[in-house]
Write a protein of this length. Structure first.
Length: 245
């Protein structure tokens, strides 16, 4: 109960700070512009049948990869830069509460970004016999993916005093995470077999992303992104504890 109160305290502080510094408005504007540009121009929204909002979801991972690090880059880097990290960590707050609270603030803003695109869903549902269940599952997939990206961004920010370096480092790490193909690596080692193939496929970000954003909420997809989130948040906590000591 005490930890939940601490997490809520940090969450409210960080979430409100996004709006006080106007970062939230900037990121929301960039996200909506990129999403609509990609959906209508690159995704040819009016030229294909978008019953599952394919034109929208196809570009979401790439857009989130560029936008989410802008939310997380200052969460820890600014604390180091201004020296407020000492004040924060000397308060009667557990490291875990602070890490989770900051992460949830960024993830909460990701949820708000996705909610702001709901008018596109409503417009599509009014114009077409939309597959609403598939669309809802794809939105949930975007939410899960954005959570894992927030956790990665928080971890990278914990290593840096410069928000710019934290942003670039997060984008680079997320890019590597998305494009690395473990099937290719294991094939190069001459390892084969159905079990090996299934194992390497389960490690590929792109595989889980493509199935999840097609509305396939498999347990393996959920576990994959939850694992990335938990692992990187744990590394975030270890980093803060190490720097503090």
């Amino acid at each position: 109960n005490t930890m939940l109160k601490q997490i809520n305290l940090i969450f409210q502080k960080e979430f409100c700070s996004f709006f006080r510094t106007r970062l939230a408005y900037f990121v929301l504007g960039i996200y909506l512009f990129l999403s609509m540009f990609c959906t209508f121009y690159l995704g040819l929204y009016f030229d294909i049948i978008n019953t599952g909002l394919f034109s929208f979801f196809y570009f979401q991972v790439n857009i989130l990869m560029l936008v989410v690090p802008a939310l997380t880059m200052r969460l820890w880097a600014d604390e180091y830069k201004t020296g407020s990290i000492e004040l924060l960590l000397t308060r009667p707050l557990s490291y875990t509460s602070v890490v989770i609270g900051k992460f949830l603030a960024a993830w909460g803003l990701c949820l708000l970004m996705l909610v702001c695109t709901f008018p596109l869903w409503l417009y599509t549902a009014a114009a077409l016999p939309a597959d609403n269940l598939n669309i809802a599952a794809s939105y949930f997939g975007c939410f899960l993916i954005s959570g894992s990206m927030c956790a990665v961004g928080c971890m990278v920010s914990a290593f840096n005093k410069s928000p710019i370096v934290a942003y670039l480092g997060s984008v680079l790490l997320l890019t590597l995470l998305i494009i690395v193909n473990y099937n290719f690596i294991f094939n190069g080692l001459n390892l084969s077999g159905s079990l090996i193939i299934r194992f390497t496929q389960s490690l590929n970000f792109f595989y889980h992303q493509s199935t999840l954003l097609n509305g396939q909420l498999g347990l393996d997809n959920i576990i994959y992104y939850a694992s990335i989130t938990v692992l990187t948040l744990w590394l975030n906590r270890i980093t803060i504890e190490y720097k503090r000591s």
